[in-house]
Write a protein that binds this ligand. Structure first.
Ligand code: AHR
Length: 496
């Protein structure tokens, strides 16, 4: 069986918002301490930031990083993290049951994102706190000068405002595990009143209303409908979070889980549009898929950790090759919805369920680093809608799963086209014919492949077993690409 694809430059889904290649740093485990910040490490710069880590973040070209949580933000006092370091309190961090010494806070993180060529997506605490703490933090960050909180920032050594544009109204407030968990109406009321006050402080900001913590939540999608009923006219985005794992060791079923992610996105879009219709509004809400990744390898280990230590190794998933394939498919799913998904954050960035690991001996790339890097590098421009036909299969939980999962991106400025293609077949290669005649004078630049005979192969500081090669089989002749996509492989076929 063959897969076929017709690609035409006029079949457009939408311009891709580069912020879909965002990521996430939470005060959790070794993400901050021992991750981005480690003043005693040989690679640290004068601000205590690990330059080896920044170097890898730059390779990923991450446009925006969500901060400071996550579950952690729902009991966080932002004031603890600003001002002279020696005066900052040590606190019990209740979400992950560690000690937070607050050596890194808002200003340091804003500085770090500058050095990493990125931007901050700031989350406010709507768990234990509310309107007041949120509007004060915004004034501290964005107001130029001449008021209590803006002058406090200046006193703390940051003359220029941070100009943070994107703000999340809390985190996973639908989750019973969340500190200050709320019902949809409780959250909706608090979120809209917080949004109103924040917009008075700085009308230029964009706001994200909390959606569901996953498609499996019993309150989904009623949560979206009820909360947006309150927040609709005051926010720009609704969030989605989703993590997958191969707990059952059923790889075919695992690689089909993006069918579920696709369904999740479609349902959230429908729910937003239902509220739009109900309100007779002209406004469309966009989606911020601001936590997504594979997360399951570390769960057992983490239940055994002692509480109240500083920066223990939590959520340190060691990703294997099949995880990289699923991550590629998740990126493809985001690209297919480029018209509505305008932000997304791989959760997270360093050490904690992360593409980048930082150890004493150096930093290194997990398997999932590569599809993320490819999509971020070559997935900018217009998301095209290819007409695709692929052989199908059934798995334990999904029917009619196409072996070929694909997205196509056209970068008009650079005159480049990139086909991202996953072959989900675990034992056979998939022949692909792609008609690209609308790109008449283009030639094939490269066909990169991430493949491995062992679905469970992992990388480490000393050995990179899973990394892409450039020897894919694609050939372009008279506007037709012919390629063999190896069994279980991630492919990046580039034309220019
Ligand atoms: O990213 C890890 C955790 O997953 C976050 O803190 C929380 O928002 C989600 O449940």
């Amino acid at each position: 069986d063959k897969a076929k694809m017709i690609v035409d430059k006029d079949f457009r889904i939408a311009d891709i918002d580069e912020r879909i290649y965002g990521s996430f740093i939470e005060h959790l485990g070794r993400a901050v301490y021992g991750g981005i910040y480690e003043p005693d490490h040989p690679s640290a710069n004068e601000n205590g930031f690990r330059m080896d880590v920044i170097e890898l973040v730059k390779q990923l070209n991450v446009p925006i990083v969500r901060y400071p949580g996550g579950n952690m933000v729902s009991a966080y006092n932002w004031e603890d993290g600003v001002g002279p370091k020696e005066e900052r309190p040590r606190r019990l961090e209740l979400a992950w049951r560690t000690i937070e010494n607050n050596h890194v806070g808002t200003n340091e993180f804003a500085q770090w994102t500058k050095e990493a060529n990125s931007e901050v997506m700031m989350a406010v605490n709507l768990g234990t706190r509310g309107i007041d703490a949120a509007r004060n933090l915004l004034e501290y960050c964005n107001h130029p000068e001449g008021t209590y909180y803006s002058d406090l920032r200046i006193k703390h050594g940051y003359r220029e405002p941070h100009k943070i544009k994107t703000w999340c109204l809390g985190n996973e407030m639908d989750g019973p595990w969340q500190i200050g968990h709320k019902t949809a109406d409780e959250y909706g009321r608090l979120a809209v009143e917080t949004a109103k006050a924040m917009r008075l402080v700085d009308p230029s900001i964009e706001l994200v209303s909390c959606g569901s913590s996953g498609i499996q939540m019993p309150t989904f999608p009623e949560w979206e409908a009820k909360t947006l009923d309150h927040t609709y006219e005051y926010v720009d985005f609704v969030s989605l979070h989703q993590y997958y794992g191969n707990q059952d060791n059923d790889s075919a079923n695992y690689l089909a889980k993006t069918m579920d992610m696709d369904h999740f996105i479609k349902t959230v879009i429908s729910t937003c549009d239902y509220i739009q219709a109900k309100k007779r509004s002209k406004k469309k809400i966009h989606l911020s898929f601001d936590e997504w990744n594979v997360w399951y390898h570390s769960k057992d280990h983490d239940t055994k950790l002692d509480p109240w230590t500083i920066a223990p190794p939590q959520l340190e998933d060691h990703y294997n090759f099949e995880d990289a394939l699923l991550v590629g498919s998740m990126l493809i799913t985001l690209l297919k919805h480029a018209d509505r998904v305008k932000m997304a954050c791989m959760a997270q960035l360093v050490n904690v369920i992360a593409p980048i690991m930082a150890e004493q001996g150096g930093s290194w790339k997990q398997t999932i680093f590569y599809p993320y890097m490819h999509a971020s590098a070559f997935g900018r421009g217009v998301s095209l809608q290819p007409v695709v036909s692929s052989p199908l299969h059934d798995t334990k939980d999904y029917t009619d799963v196409p072996y070929l999962d694909s997205a196509v991106v056209y970068n008009e400025e650079k005159e480049e086209v990139t086909i991202f293609a996953l072959n989900r077949h675990l034992s056979e290669s998939l022949p692909l014919t792609a008609d690209v005649r609308s790109f008449a004078d283009y030639s094939l630049v490269e066909h990169m492949v991430l493949e491995n005979d062992d679905l469970k192969a992992v990388n480490s500081l000393n050995e990179e077993k899973v990394k892409p090669h450039g020897n894919g089989s694609a050939e372009l002749k008279d506007g037709i690409i012919e390629a063999q996509l190896s069994k279980a492989s991630w492919n990046v076929i580039r034309l220019a």
